[in-house]
Write a protein that binds this ligand. Structure first.
Ligand SMILES: NC(=O)C1=CN([C@@H]2O[C@H](COP(=O)(O)OP(=O)(O)OC[C@H]3O[C@@H](n4cnc5c(N)ncnc54)[C@H](O)[C@@H]3O)[C@@H](O)[C@H]2O)[C@@H](O)CC1
Ligand SMILES: Nc1ncnc2c1ncn2[C@@H]1O[C@H](COP(=O)(O)OP(=O)(O)O)[C@@H](O)[C@H]1O
Ligand SMILES: [Mg+2]
Length: 281
């Protein structure tokens, strides 16, 4: 295992500035699946961060209860609704997304678990799984073998514990993750202070971010950012590295105005522009 630093030098080697002749169709179409009654905000945050990270089109697939919320909160996003009022019960879509994120705010109703299983059986698009998507994987480990190569998982500490079990040391934690990453060809974004990205071979330690990010929805926003880069054609590992770095950079930029305490997840999207511009300084 190689220990690497995720710093600006690494990011500048990954970042692909946009072509002049690009258009929204070639900037990638991301599909964000999740939300449940009372947690539609997670999909608003993920979808907004996704659009503000440069992809051309975002479609959100959410339960019916979220339709007016999403269309009002984020008119730039297109919306597909599940027949169920309160939770995801059936994952079907006509669109051809370049990348998919699933799990934020999704809940773990049996209906949703069954729909998630059905989706994994047929999906072959680049995939990011977060939050309740990880929690459902933790309860149904047999689903892991259905994941496409280089699927990105973005657990926080508790979600990680549900998936791999408890650990007595950092070393044991990385061993448990490494085994899973190699067996199922996964990329882990191990969210924390700081966040690490681990594919079973290389362990990258992020150098941006601060305690301002300890706020509801900051992980949902990160999922949107990484999925945006996936949809723009970045390889899963590069999308994860670039997304984690930029996500943390928004908080480093914002705190001169917000302090740690009054930074909220919406500030992540609000500061993505400044974060991108700072890369070229
Ligand atoms: N506005 C919204 O709609 C929001 C929806 N959310 C969704 O709510 C669902 C539940 O997610 P939660 O993460 O809140 O609930 P979880 O039950 O998965 O995790 C929360 C618990 O994990 C622990 N935890 C989290 N990060 C930790 C860390 N770094 N170190 C130690 N302990 C840690 C905390 O003690 C907390 O009790 C997810 O689907 C999520 O996407 C949340 O993201 C919050 C905002
Ligand atoms: N003290 C901290 N320093 C740096 N980053 C933090 C800190 N606390 C939380 N974060 C980051 O905030 C995000 C929290 O993710 P998560 O718990 O999934 O949020 P949510 O589910 O509410 O959207 C992660 O990216 C994590 O790395
Ligand atoms: Mg989360």
């Amino acid at each position: 295992m190689e220990n690497l630093i995720l710093d600006l030098k690494k990011i500048l080697a990954i970042y692909k500035p946009l072509e002049q002749k690009t258009h929204k169709g070639s900037q990638g179409h991301a599909l964000i699946i999740g939300g449940s009654y009372g947690k539609i905000g997670s999909i608003v945050l993920a979808s907004k961060a996704c659009l503000r990270s440069g992809c051309g089109l975002v479609t959100a697939l959410i339960p019916k209860c979220g339709y007016d919320v999403l269309q009002t909160a984020l008119p730039e996003a297109m919306v597909l609704t599940d027949d169920n009022e309160r939770c995801i019960s059936n994952i079907e879509f006509e669109i051809e997304p370049k990348a998919i994120a699933i799990g934020m705010g999704m809940g773990q109703e049996m209906l949703t678990q069954k729909a998630f299983h059905q989706f994994l059986k047929t999906n072959n698009k680049p995939l990011l799984i977060d939050a309740d998507g990880i929690n459902i994987l933790a309860r149904n480990k047999n689903l892991l073998e259905l994941l496409p190569e280089k699927t990105i998982l973005t657990p926080h500490k508790k979600e990680l514990e549900r998936l791999i079990g408890s650990w007595k040391s950092e070393e044991e934690k990385l061993k448990l993750i490494g085994t899973l990453a190699k067996k199922f060809s996964l990329i882990f974004v191990i969210k924390g202070a700081p966040t690490h990205i681990f594919d079973g071979e290389n362990l990258y330690k992020n150098t941006t971010g601060n305690p301002a990010l300890a706020t509801a929805g900051s992980g949902d926003s990160l999922s949107g950012i990484i999925t945006s880069f996936l949809a723009q054609g970045y390889k899963p590992l590069e999308a994860s590295l670039f997304g984690v770095y930029l996500h943390g950079l928004t908080a480093d930029i914002a705190i001169s105005a917000t302090g740690y305490e009054s930074f909220i997840a919406s500030d992540i999207s609000e500061n993505l522009g400044k974060a991108f511009l700072s890369l070229n300084k």
